[in-house]
Design a protein around this ligand. Sequence first.
Ligand code: PEP
Ligand code: MN
Length: 331
Amino acid sequence: MIIVLKAEQAAPTIEALKQHFGSDHDIFVHNNRIAIQNITPDDLTPTEQAAAEKIITKVPAAVQASRLFHPEDTIIKTPHSTIGGDNFTLMAGPCSVESAEHVLKMAKVTKNAGATVLRGGAFKPRTSPYSFQGLGKAGLIALRKAADQLALDVVTEVMDVEQVPLVEKYTDIFQIGARNMQNFSLLKAVGKTRKPVMLKRGMSATVDDVLNATEYIAAGGNHQIMIVERGIRTFDNKYTRNTFDVGAIPVLHKLTHYPVIADPSHAAGHTEFVTPLALAGVAAGADGLIVEIHDDPAHAFSDGAQALRPDEFNEMVTKANTVHQALQSTK
Ligand code: PEP
Ligand code: MN
């Protein structure tokens, strides 16, 4: 249940409600709103009821993610980016960090196009255990160094709980991969940190599944969360790797205050479809894009088939900016 308190009575009533319910119920406070788990309006005292402007009883399980609890957009600030609200954030880089030289070369492409976040996997969740698994710590160091040299933020995947302290040292944003979206131990572990988390929607996850996954992070006190639509599995993956669920973008914006980022690369799976899907994501209102780039896709260590070459990436960015500006001008 969420209680929206009358402004002048909010502070003392929040204290009273904490005293009343705090020992047996989970309580979350946002401005003059308080969410208390597993109670009904009848459990409130007459004084508590009188202080309420509105009582919302039909509340989703992921209450902290909900606009009912937190109506305004969450805006995440990293050293070089502002993510969410009216901002548009570009993130790009290779699928995997391949070497210090290569990631720096790709970071320059990222920077020159106006992106502010450098991506690159040092720990790779591969379909086969015999495929390249990532450079590990050396990859993190190379990624951080390239980003620092060019004043970019870093986003990189953390694959399991034990890696959290190491990855935290080198990244600005934790990436939780699609395959780990419901790894609740991992979600709890990043929820205990105070670094932003970029949560990728699982390939078979519903919208509510992804919102519930964010709640595991928020339950630990970390509210700097963004959600990535990266395509889901449907009946046809003959021509695209996944089905880009463009409809999920406005739906998520309606339901949650967290920024929504579109990943056209993992949805498309093929270079030629990346730009159209990116533009669809922007037109649907995505708060940013995360895109894989490579100067020699045929020899990429992973996901070469979907990598944009630097010139293709520059062209995509020009188009994406045009669509974003057009959208802004209609607001
Ligand atoms: C990636 O970002 O390279 C990646 C593995 O993505 P996903 O978890 O969406 O498959
Ligand atoms: Mn990839």
